[in-house]
Ligand binder design. Structure first.
Ligand SMILES: C[S@@+](CC[C@H](N)C(=O)[O-])C[C@H]1O[C@@H](n2cnc3c(N)ncnc32)[C@H](O)[C@@H]1O
Length: 209
């Protein structure tokens, strides 16, 4: 069968080490306040309480509701200053998923893994989605959230060339290609009001019990 995701899809304008691009800390939010509020509300609805949560490709803000009750919240990203500034984390690790998509965690370590506004930067997404499956507990959920902004030089070609609706298709394909996820769900959680807000799209799935 023809590979639905040929390597050229994952070419980027800037192929230098990601650690160079992210060397300078950006203690900023990457979406507007309404979109952040929508994400916080969504996490409040769906994330298991008093459990271990991993925030993949994280920075200074995880968009968890204030005081969200968790046993352990771990961040993984590329900039130590940003991760240190994130008050949600009990621990964090500086780790380049494009240099090595194997996650530095044990099997079944987390009840939930979230990946917010960053999936467009993964050059080996299937490997990372497989690894997330490995480190999830049975019944655990992987929640991928995206909007419509990006650092274009670091986003993969297939993301730059496609629409929001196609991005949702692509992330579903990542889950299907990784295998062994169930209940793949796509949601549009964009705040509904008259003014503009950044869109908020969710694609999530569960590791079977
Ligand atoms: C647009 S920011 C999003 C940060 C955060 N998730 C949020 O919601 O604000 C992109 C993040 O992806 C992380 N990132 C980019 N490339 C990465 C890579 N190769 N490995 C691990 N993290 C990466 C960066 O550290 C950065 O914090």
């Amino acid at each position: 069968m023809e590979n639905p995701l040929p390597p050229a899809y994952f070419d980027r304008i800037d192929e230098t080490d990601d650690s160079l691009f992210y060397a300078e800390p950006r203690i900023v939010t990457h979406i507007d306040d309404d979109a952040i509020a929508a994400i916080q509300g969504f996490f409040d609805e769906v994330l298991a309480r008093n459990a271990a949560i991993l925030d993949l490709m994280s920075s200074a803000f995880s968009h968890l509701p204030d005081g969200f009750p968790a046993d352990r919240i771990v961040g993984l990203g590329l900039n130590a200053v940003e991760l240190h500034a994130n008050h949600a984390f009990d621990e964090y690790v500086v780790y380049d998923l494009n240099a090595n998509p194997t996650l530095p965690f044990a099997d079944g370590e987390f009840a939930a893994v979230v990946l917010t506004v960053s999936v467009q930067y993964l050059t080996q997404p299937i490997e990372v989605f497989r690894e997330v499956h490995r480190i999830l507990l049975p019944g655990g959920r992987f929640i991928v959230i995206f909007s419509n902004r990006m650092f274009p030089t670091k986003a993969v070609h297939i993301w730059r060339a496609t629409s929001d609706a196609q991005h949702a298709e692509l992330v579903q394909l990542y889950f299907r290609q990784a295998g062994n996820y169930e209940g793949i769900t796509v949601l549009d959680r964009t705040p509904q009001w008259d003014g503009y807000t950044d869109p908020v799209y969710v694609v999530m799935a569960t590791k079977p019990e």
